[in-house]
Design a protein around this ligand. Sequence first.
Ligand code: FAD
Length: 488
Amino acid sequence: MPSVAIIGAGPAGLTAAYELEKLGFSPTLLEADRQVGGLSRTVDYRGYRFDIGGHRFFSKIPLINDLWREILGDEFLVRPRLSRIYYRGRFFDYPLRAANAVAGLGPMETLRIGLSYLRAQIKPHAEEHNFEQWVSNRFGERLYRIFFKTYTEKVWGIPCTEISADWAAQRIKNLSLREAVRQALFGDRRDRDGGIVTTLIDEFHYPRLGPGQMWERCRDLLSMRGCKTIGDVRVNRVRHARRRVEAIYGATSEGQIVEMNADNFLSTMPLRELIESMDPAPPDIVIEAARSLRYRDYLTVVLIVARADVFPDNWIYIHAPEVKVGRVQNYKNWSPEMTPDPARTSLGFEYFLWENDAEWNWPDRRLIELAVSEGARIGLLDPREVEDGAVVRARKAYPIYDHGYRRSLAVIREYLDGFENLQTIGRNGLHRYNNQDHSMLTGVYAARNLAGERHDVWSVNTEMEYHEETDATKGDRLHPVRNLPPGG
Ligand SMILES: Cc1cc2nc3c(=O)[nH]c(=O)nc-3n(C[C@H](O)[C@H](O)[C@H](O)COP(=O)(O)OP(=O)(O)OC[C@H]3O[C@@H](n4cnc5c(N)ncnc54)[C@H](O)[C@@H]3O)c2cc1C
């Protein structure tokens, strides 16, 4: 069988390897980190386990649900979902519930929201190029400002007018205020096509020991079947000639150079880095396109609090503009086994930043102080209860959909399509705001392409996205959840 080298042992790379092994290949993975799972890994700090974000396992793709079960067996928990929005000193249920929203906002504000919605119906923005226009047209300007603008700008770090409407269309899809109110009032679970409405599902699946358990198990299964995952090797050079990649080179954290030759290559590394690693270098226009791709970086400050129950939610969205924190996770509410001591709680304060922001480079101690003071400010904790903290930084956590990204991707894609034996997959490998399921599906498709099938990995989670999903009757599915504000 031809040999295959895979760059990155996150969900996309590991799933590709898993599928390839089934197809008779024996792939090898090179991973920059010492741990597998990428953004879906679980970090362990003194026995306190936490995600980079909180990772719900939901998919409308039967193939992916089957894979999850195949890999993890009965290690999945079904968890109740509770999430709220903190805004103007109050907590709002999320998804929004009519009575709770009206009580929180007051009758006058509710009236204003209604009028603003009517205005948007009568005189919508003529164009829907950006996130603000797209959301205001469906929910009215007022609701957009309350429940979308501040949080979205925290996550993306750019004004909503600079975020492409593609993103709203991908994440919010067909939901409108009318539909949201109808669901909130009547609890109706049917959408226009008679399918299950995906917004209000209040349970999700989660591995007993966090999402990293899935990916560590996948690596172990691969290893038992003879497929190696080599950690601590960051690929930084991709040597090619005559439309074929010949070898990839990486370095360990101690500076040792690793070379790997293969017949075929799959890459999940961020497109910008991949293009900059190509040797010989691509034409200037391709390099410029790659350099124009932007990514939002992300860090979590985990606080260990000496209290058994801090709040009942899995996570809380912090829309309040007076604090920098964007979301707070309560990991024991994802799985009790995420915290070793039931008398204590570990909370994750999530900050969305740019790598060159001052806060990104603050020492951990200062970031922990920030989280403690913001946690106290919004009334979640008493600083005297905080016993310890840890910080985990994740670069390039969010591929950004600004107004130029599509053009840049088209240039990069045309260049990469010229290679006979290189496929890029996954979230940053396609610069696509994918959850695990779509990232994994690109891995499955790339593997099957090597076995002679023809799939377009670039179209996953775009126009074809619900082909598999509408065919949900074919497989038993885990619970789908659609998230109004950005989930991951
Ligand atoms: C805050 C947050 C919350 C999220 N919540 C959810 C959720 O609830 N549910 C869900 O399904 N998904 C969620 N996601 C999305 C999920 O994390 C991603 O879809 C998934 O991890 C993408 O998998 P991937 O393999 O494409 O990329 P990654 O997870 O980014 O993995 C890529 C791997 O490649 C490695 N790598 C990169 N460059 C190199 C290199 N040069 N050499 C070697 N190795 C390299 C990286 O170290 C990494 O391990 C969330 C994401 C974030 C950021």
